[in-house]
Design a protein around this ligand. Structure first.
Ligand code: SF4
Length: 355
């Protein structure tokens, strides 16, 4: 029986040729493409631009050059190196996955798709990208950039958040994934989405897919992918306590593992002023100086805006630590290597400068 050759990708040859001269070739994770290095870069690049990721990636790799180094490190140190990059669940999952790789796969990054996809924080697209980029294995990918390219090229106009749309896009991703040159193709479609087929003002004149792109032919680049209605982002308020003792240490609490800033160290947080003031009474506040309200700080999360109202309290001498292990006195002039959310770090810098 004659074997039917697999269908040719409608976009791969043009994309691969374009990537060779116009794609990105000198990103730090492209130097040595081990699965570990690709994995860390893919996780860091989720929701985050290359320019932001690059210094974080370099510091992370210098400290954790392989899976074992990452698995053997404390979560605090991992979160410390992640501080400021946001979406901290990514760092916690990286650490958990590294421990599993060390313990279940003898420290070698797995090569089977099912094993890779089973690791914490790795979904179908990321698993495909890791195996395609590091081993040239044939798996489609569908990250945000690729969704945009495929939606426009094929004119997929149904709402982006519907299950049927996603299934259709995965089918198209499968059709477009070539049989050969998988690493080059995967890099090419990611690069096109990141640098040419960008969300606002796509540069269609420079695009290797422009001749057959439905969005371009119908002038619907801006309408695709069809956006879902953005929900109204609510605002929440929190009182943050900056308890400063005579040695220049600030009291921090470790946040629960789930929820915002999970596992990071932050200021004691309260829903109301009264709750904060009742806590203050346990801290031996200085009788000389009244608690002082500092300027508020806003931080925008994906689903809400947090308005923080800090209160500075000076403590007389060594105030008691409430629960060993979940609180620490953080020295402002010699900070411990622990993970702090970026707005809390900035607030503490401000306090250090003023005190
Ligand atoms: S022609 Fe324009 S809209 Fe179409 S894939 Fe290229 S950059 Fe995107």
């Amino acid at each position: 029986m004659q074997r039917v050759p697999p269908p040719k990708s409608p976009i791969a040859p043009a994309l691969i040729a374009w990537q060779a001269h116009a794609g990105r070739h000198h990103l730090p994770w492209q130097e040595t493409r081990t699965a570990y290095r690709v994995w860390v870069s893919e996780i860091m690049l989720q929701q985050t631009q290359v320019a932001t990721v690059t210094p974080y990636y370099q510091r992370f790799m210098a400290r954790f050059p392989d899976v074992r180094a990452l698995a053997d490190a404390s979560l605090d140190e991992v979160l410390h190196l992640w501080s400021g990059l946001g979406y901290y669940a990514r760092a916690r999952n990286l650490h958990r996955a590294a421990i599993r790789i060390r313990d279940e796969f003898a420290g070698e990054f797995p090569q089977e798709f099912a094993h890779v996809e089973s690791l914490p924080g790795i979904g179908r697209s990321t698993a495909g990208a890791i195996l395609a980029l590091s081993h040239g294995a044939r798996f489609p990918i569908l990250d945000g950039n690729v969704r945009r390219v495929l939606s426009r090229y094929f004119g997929v106009a149904t709402p982006a958040n519907e299950r049927a749309t996603l299934e259709r896009l995965w089918q198209l991703a499968e059709i477009c994934t070539p049989q050969v040159e998988l690493a080059a193709y995967t890099q090419a479609i990611m690069d096109l989405g990141a640098t040419v087929c960008v969300r606002r003002a796509p540069r269609c004149d420079e695009c290797p897919l422009s001749q057959r792109c439905v969005a371009r032919q119908t002038q619907r680049q801006h309408a695709l992918p069809a956006s879902r209605k953005a929900p109204v982002r609510p605002t929440r308020h929190a009182v943050m306590l900056v308890a400063l003792n005579a040695e220049g240490n600030v009291l921090l609490e470790r946040r629960p593992d789930s929820g915002i800033w999970g596992g990071l160290w932050s200021l004691p947080q309260f829903d109301t002023d009264d709750a904060a003031r009742s806590y203050i009474s346990q801290l031996r506040p200085s009788s000389q100086r009244e608690p002082r309200v500092l300027g508020h700080v806003e931080h925008v999360f994906t689903h809400f805006t947090l308005v923080m109202h800090p209160i500075l309290v000076r403590c007389a001498g060594e105030a008691a630590v409430m629960e060993e292990g979940s609180t620490l006195w953080y020295n402002l002039s010699q900070p411990a290597r622990v993970g702090l959310p970026a707005p809390i770090r900035s607030l503490l810098q401000r306090v250090a400068e003023e005190s």
